[in-house]
Design a protein around this ligand. Structure first.
Ligand SMILES: C[S@@+](CC[C@H](N)C(=O)[O-])C[C@H]1O[C@@H](n2cnc3c(N)ncnc32)[C@H](O)[C@@H]1O
Length: 227
């Protein structure tokens, strides 16, 4: 059996890569800063639809506590999560990025709460969250680490809360995940994500593709998950 691409992931290589990247939106988005607006809008629309389709006592109001996982410099925290959450915790392994989030200007009234300088493979949530947002960072976790991480998220999400995953999709013709040695990450197929959700015993309640990104980029998919 061929080895799974995720076995190539090296945490020290990815930390080395990200430490070499400037604390800018351009750095976070690999040279495509202009997609940030469309991305944040797509995320806001997805969450709004989700809350309409699954009404709960907290459907209309602001969410009490969210967490931006693999937050980088806080692009998503500042540009989107601050408009829907009162407090946003941050998990990010690169210290210079995490420090940047603390000083970031928020688009909404939400404020940054706890900042955990940690990789998600080591992070054990201490709070209950209404929204656990994971974007463009889960490729740094091996398959087994991702399943274990999702199992921890399951315990950390409130009864009406959501775990959202927003990630690039593999376009490999043989339906395989793709290892990228530049940042030591893996780009998974939609099928692999569903397989890992199943292994973590987590339900996918809604999924859709992000629209409006330039051609030539990987397709990006959002998943809304519940225990
Ligand atoms: C492409 S950036 C995305 C940042 C942010 N989520 C956004 O959308 O703007 C990837 C981020 O993942 C972080 N990262 C790298 N390894 C990680 C790990 N093991 N756990 C969590 N985040 C990690 C990087 O430091 C970087 O901030």
């Amino acid at each position: 059996m061929a080895t799974s691409p995720d076995t190539n992931i090296s945490t020290s290589d990815s930390l080395k890569y990200w430490n070499s990247i400037p604390t800018t939106v351009d750095g976070m988005l690999g040279g495509y800063p202009r997609i940030s607006r469309t991305d944040l809008k797509g995320s806001a629309n997805f969450l709004a639809k989700l809350r309409r389709e699954y009404p709960s006592p907290s459907s209309n109001g602001t969410l009490k506590r969210g967490v931006d996982c693999g937050a980088g410099i806080g692009r998503v925290t500042a540009g989107f999560l601050s408009t829907v959450c009162e407090t946003i915790d941050v998990v990010e392994p690169i210290e210079k990025f995490a420090n940047e989030v603390k000083g970031a200007e928020m688009a909404g009234s939400g404020q940054v709460g706890n900042v955990y300088v940690s990789g998600l493979e080591d992070w054990v949530p201490e709070q209950q969250y209404d929204l656990i947002w994971n974007q463009w960072c889960l490729g740094h976790l091996k398959d087994k680490e991702l399943v274990e991480y999702l199992q921890r998220c399951k315990k950390a999400v409130t009864i009406d809360g959501w775990i959202v995953v927003k990630e690039n999709m593999s376009t490999n013709r043989d339906w395989e995940d793709i290892f990228d040695e530049t940042d030591s990450s893996v780009t998974r197929t939609n099928e692999k994500f569903h397989q890992l959700f199943k292994e973590a015993d987590i339900r996918c309640m809604k999924t859709e593709l992000q629209r409006g990104f330039p051609k030539g980029l990987y397709p990006v998919r959002l998943y809304a998950l519940k225990p």
